[in-house]
Design a binder for this molecule. Sequence first.
Ligand SMILES: Nc1ncnc2c1ncn2[C@@H]1O[C@H](COP(=O)(O)OP(=O)(O)OP(=O)(O)O)[C@@H](O)[C@H]1O
Length: 475
Amino acid sequence: MSFVPTATAVLNYWVRILAALEKKINRQSYETWLKPTRFSHLEGKKLFVRIPSTDFQHIGDRYADLIQEAIDNLGLDVDSVAFTTPEQDPRVPKVREDGGFAPVPSHSQNAPKQRLGGSASSVSGPAPEQARFDWSAASQLNPRYQFDAFVIGSGNQFATAAAQAVAERPSKAYNPLFLYGGVGMGKTHLMHAIGHDVKRRQPHASISYVSGEKFTNEMINSVRYDKMTGFRDKFRNVDVLLIDDIQFLAGKERTQEEFFHTFNTLHESMKQIVIASDRPPKELADFEDRLRSRFEWGLIADIQPPDLETKVAILQKKAESEQTQLPTDVAMFIASNVRTNVRELEGALVRLIAWCSMHGVEITLAVTQQCLKQFIDTQVRKITIETIQRTVAEQFGMRVAELKQKNNSRQIVVPRQIAMYLAKQLTEASLPEIGRQFGGKHHTTVMHSIAKIDEQRRADKDLNRTINKLMETLS
Ligand SMILES: Nc1ncnc2c1ncn2[C@@H]1O[C@H](COP(=O)(O)OP(=O)(O)OP(=O)(O)O)[C@@H](O)[C@H]1O
């Protein structure tokens, strides 16, 4: 027996979705953007929602995931949601300039629409100019990664200011903007925030966010299925290209070649390029020089690990968005026990909130210590020399075996000395033991290596940064 919803039930669809959203997002955003929306009508499985003006169109992008989640949780028979202003809704009689009414078409085809959780559907028929909205690109952006959700601290202040400048004046402030920093430091968040912000200011702008891995895979498939023209059109015809984890292109000559041309086309036509990487351009091993040098054309901004205060502020902001009260001593405890990776910081908080809600207890310091004990213990797990060797080899694009060989070329010696230095700093191993694990080096060689790096680290900022980054990855 199929269930045919009554008019009231349908009307309740959006009301119920809103009720679910209200619990998930902060009050101010809800009051500003969602509360003023109204159910309009249902066409088949497409739910039309009335928005007061085109300024509200970004909500379909910003809250796409949450709306989809609510639809799924509520089991509603809706497969897409469209947001329309009264002017865009052909069911609303329009007053012509001469004061008469324009004819009302039988169904609304001009409304921008978004197929939630899937590829975007195209807008059929000529949409009114102000209604054009590139949902397909928008859906690649995580609605949570906005500037106002990003906590600014000393480590990311410069990168955030640069990202904001780029969002305000794409292709005019810095082009390209090259963001780099360690794992989970917020590079992706900032890139998406640029995308959202540009979209808000220029709803017509087409924005493409792609990871280095996806770019590579799409290119391989396009070559394989003879679809290079489509691939090129896709990435060379955007207003803003956000490419994440560019280090993935290391050693991939054909992909680098393709990206080189994409870069040139976009740059020449004054389109904005934002690149994120886990290391600065000059440390991108196995990259063509012509690409590396282009990465340095605009502005290079690094993101350093957050300090304790920033970590506390991130936790509090995150708790607020989950509508949870986080006592300061609890925030301090988590911030000082979870290492610098913000993703893990958030993971600890999510775990704590879930645990307290499941056990029906309030969040207190004692409860937090109990709940996060295992989480924190695994963080201080022992670091081994093998792990150090693997991490250093990866950082310098070489094999672990090379670190142990009797090769004294500079490309090998420096990483080897760094690895020995880290082994001394991060493990309990003695000098002879370290020497043994590096292909049988004498303990005086190990000592010399450690002293050398220790000294150079003070003078060479880049080397110091590389070591900090390795330490951060390792610990
Ligand atoms: N300063 C910050 N304020 C608020 N949230 C942050 C901040 N920095 C990072 N985050 C959050 O931490 C998580 C990880 O950030 P993100 O994915 O942007 O890191 P990343 O630098 O791109 O990491 P990776 O190198 O692994 O790709 C995200 O949920 C992001 O929202």
